[in-house]
Design a protein around this ligand. Structure first.
Ligand code: GLN
Length: 559
């Protein structure tokens, strides 16, 4: 019998429902249970692929090429749950398939309605995840949005039905709310009371409450909340605002016995929790020494979530290299208007780590530059200038997807002297299309779609930074891009010193490039990859390229 945990949120958005659900899943896994996770997104987009990272945050890509919500990235970082297209359900997908079935006449003349047709479709999709995992013990279903939103209603209704059908010992509701401090340090429980009322109006009595609060809730406050919300005293928990890192949340929940209460409610006998990996994350976190400054030169700089997995991967790499990674966000348009030397110096000086305390520990400039993935022409010239600056100044550089394109354009323009070299994404008529669409490259076969999406195998060449990072020739990472390094320039690029360090499994595409480590253009560490290593990075195992990039930045700093 499968057990369900439905995670919903109230009061407001951005309370960290995904992280809370993931931390709970991590604890259940630590007790030897097999867990699956499903995210329900109330938006009408079929998937997150078409949504701007500015407003919605990063598009997380799964092995099977689904473009999903960034919460799936949280699941992947905190747990070992397998994730695929099936684990992300959107209103758009649900309506799309119900309408298709209606057109095919599959509802036999009935009037097609939200209840039962839309809710049945949601339930069938959740059931499909369970059916695909016979070894599964618990499925955690996170319902995006906030209770009270119109969009959430069909998902909450489906949850209500599943709770009713499964029985309360097999399906529980975990509700996350906010306890603000309004005046004079007083914790306010009223919004939480209202939020639980809104859940009750939907027919769902939450079994467990997780309250996001600035401090750990005291016993009296917990009792008060329990009384007003019809929830057991021992089932009100705090998700305290973290001081340091989100990876302390599993331990925070464990100390409050959240997992034990959840398992008791589900009638599952609690096995011993093996938390060694989370302890080691926190130990490594606390024993980091010194700071490296990484300039991130991208387009979506204002919203942290836009490069969520990238920033997390840096944190993981810092844990592995024993150093704090300070990210200095640099708007690439500044590198078009001002001298790169000045922009970089100003960025380094503006960083928090430039305080007197850290000034003693080495080179105070930028210790590494990252150009992350992206789409569209805006800011590209600035990114190319950033790559040129890092190359000439021997600053470690990592280019991801678009970042590798930028590295290629810099090499073509500034080393080969092809001033107008470009990607056909930005200039379709360029005389030197050093990056172009797969379809524009005549000698490439076997790529049916126009976008490489999801899991792909790359093969590393001998004696490369790429091979050193992964420790083996065969690399499996995830892609999400249309444009490729142009094969027709392979020879000129190589002859001028650029290292073509990784190829697609059939050899037809250049997947990774590197700046040479010796000779006229000798550089300590400059790597570009068409895949996105950040998607598979975990606090317990940093993405190899991020790890080695941070190690190189550490050397640059003199640590
Ligand atoms: N815009 C580029 C492409 O489509 C790069 C995409 C990316 O950075 N993921 O190929």
């Amino acid at each position: 019998m499968n057990k369900f945990i439905f995670v919903s949120g109230g009061v407001c958005s951005s309370l960290g429902k995904g992280v809370a659900a993931s931390s709970m899943a991590a604890l259940l896994e630590s007790r030897g249970l097999n867990v699956r996770m499903v995210k329900c997104d109330p938006y009408i987009n079929v998937n997150a692929g078409t949504m701007s990272p500015y407003t919605h945050g990063e598009v997380y890509v799964t092995d099977d090429g689904a473009e999903t919500d960034l919460d799936l990235g949280n699941y992947a970082r905190f747990t070992s749950v397998p994730l695929s297209r099936a684990n992300s359900i959107t209103t758009g997908q649900v309506y799309e398939s119900v309408i298709r079935k209606e057109r095919e006449g599959r509802y036999l003349g009935r009037c097609v309605q939200v209840i039962p047709h839309i809710t049945d479709e949601i339930k069938a999709r959740i059931q499909a995840v369970i059916d695909g995992a016979p070894d599964n013990d618990i499925v955690i279903v996170e319902i995006g949005g906030t209770v009270g939103d119109i969009e959430c209603i069909p998902f909450l209704e489906a949850a209500r039905q599943l709770i009713m059908e499964s029985g309360r010992t097999n399906a529980i509701s975990v509700h996350l709310t906010l306890i603000p401090i309004v005046a004079e340090g007083e914790l306010k429980t009223k919004p939480t009371q209202h939020s639980v009322k809104a859940m009750q109006e939907m027919g769902i009595q939450p079994d467990v409450l997780i309250c996001r609060a600035p401090v750990l809730l005291d016993e009296a406050t917990r009792r008060k909340i329990a009384l007003f919300t019809n929830i057991d005293n021992d089932a009100v928990f705090t998700c305290r605002d973290i001081d340091d890192t989100i990876y302390e949340i599993p331990q925070m929940f464990y100390e409050q016995k959240l997992d034990q209460v959840v398992l008791k409610k589900l009638g599952i006998e609690a096995r011993h929790a093996e938390l060694a990996q989370w302890h080691s994350v926190m130990e490594r976190f606390k024993s980091r020494k010194g700071t490296v400054k990484i300039g991130v030169v991208g387009k979506y700089m204002d919203l942290h979530d836009a490069y969520k997995s990238v920033y997390e991967a840096f944190f993981h790499a810092g844990l592995e290299c024993g150093v704090e990674v300070e990210l200095v966000k640099i708007d690439s348009s500044r590198l078009e208007e001002e001298q790169p030397d000045q922009v970089m110096a100003a960025a380094a000086a503006s960083s928090a780590a430039s305080s007197a305390a850290s000034a003693a520990d080495g080179n105070e400039g930028i210790n590494g530059i990252l150009v992350p993935g992206g789409f569209g022409p805006r800011g590209i010239a600035g990114m190319v200038n950033a790559a040129a600056w890092a190359r000439k100044n021997k600053i470690p550089f990592l280019g991801i997807s678009l970042g590798m394109h930028v590295m290629t354009i810099d090499w073509a323009r500034n080393v080969l002297g092809w001033e107008t070299a470009d990607s056909t994404e930005f200039n379709p008529d360029t005389k030197y299309p050093v990056v172009s669409l797969i379809a524009e490259q005549t000698d490439v076969k076997n790529y049916s779609g126009t976008i490489r999406l999801g899991k792909g195998v790359s093969v590393a060449e001998p004696d490369t930074l790429l091979l050193k990072a992964y420790g083996e020739k065969t690399i499996t990472e995830r892609h999400r891009h249309r444009f490729e390094f142009s094969n027709m320039y392979r020879k000129e690029m190589k002859d001028s010193g650029l290292v073509l360090s990784g190829f697609s499994a059939d050899g037809s595409l250049v997947d990774c490039i590197e700046w040479p480590r010796s000779g006229e253009f000798g550089h300590p560490w400059g790597v570009g990859a068409m895949f996105h290593p950040e998607f598979k990075s975990r606090p317990t195992a940093a993405a190899p390229l991020f790890r080695d990039f941070i190690a190189a930045a550490k050397s640059n700093k003199g640590l």
